[in-house]
Each structure stands twice: as structure tokens, then as C-alpha cells.
Design a protein around this ligand. Structure first.
Ligand SMILES: [Zn+2]
Length: 106
């Protein structure tokens, strides 16, 4: 994709963008996210400071709906009090250990 690409729908140049959420934008599919938060029993946040809304509020919704909440992050942040549990270190290590723990508990 480049700035010179032409939009198939309106034929304008320079109006296309990647289908991702940039910093400061609202996440796609907020209704689906809210619905998933309300029915999950485990909420895991990976690699985020937990400071940027609306994503920063997801843990509160999951907690209020009875989910266990876990933060897996490089280091502790000011927002970790919202989580039931936190594991800190490189994602390659803490995510792997957490998944192994989950699988062993089944
Ligand atoms: Zn267009």
C-alpha cells in the first residue's frame, strides 16, 4: 500500500490506510469487545501500560463480570492494582510460562 494507491470504491488517491488501530484511535468492534468482556472468565492483558483508554478500562469490565484478571508485562505499572495477579518479565518468558500453567491446570 502506498500514498499513490487508488480507492476501488471512490477512485480517490491517497485515501487508503492500513486496517489497524493507531495510537489515539478507538478500537474496531467495540460492541464485540464489550460482549466478550462481559462473558469471559479469564482476562489477560499482555504488554501494555494499561494507561490508554478505552482499552485501559477493559479490565474493570471483566472484573465486574466475575473474570479473573492477569497482567503480563515487562514491568509493573501504576495500573496493576486493577488486576488480580501480575507476572513481570519479557513476554517471551512470562506469556510462555502463563500458557504452560493454564494448560497444566486443565
Ligand atoms: Zn474511497
Amino acid at each position: 500500500m502506498s500514498r499513490e494507491d487508488i480507492c476501488d470504491a471512490c477512485q480517490l488517491v491517497g485515501t487508503l490506510r492500513p486496517n489497524i488501530v493507531w495510537f489515539g484511535e478507538m478500537p474496531f468492534e467495540m460492541e464485540r469487545i464489550e460482549a466478550a468482556l462481559q462473558r469471559c472468565d479469564l482476562f489477560v492483558s499482555i504488554g501494555t501500560s494499561g494507561a490508554v483508554y478505552p482499552a485501559a478500562g477493559f479490565v474493570s469490565v471483566a472484573n465486574a463480570c466475575g473474570a479473573e484478571s492477569v497482567s503480563l508485562n515487562l514491568e509493573q505499572s501504576d495500573h496493576d492494582g486493577a488486576f488480580d495477579r501480575g507476572e513481570y518479565g519479557p513476554a517471551t518468558e512470562v506469556v510462555t510460562e502463563f500458557v504452560e500453567e493454564l494448560l497444566a491446570a486443565k
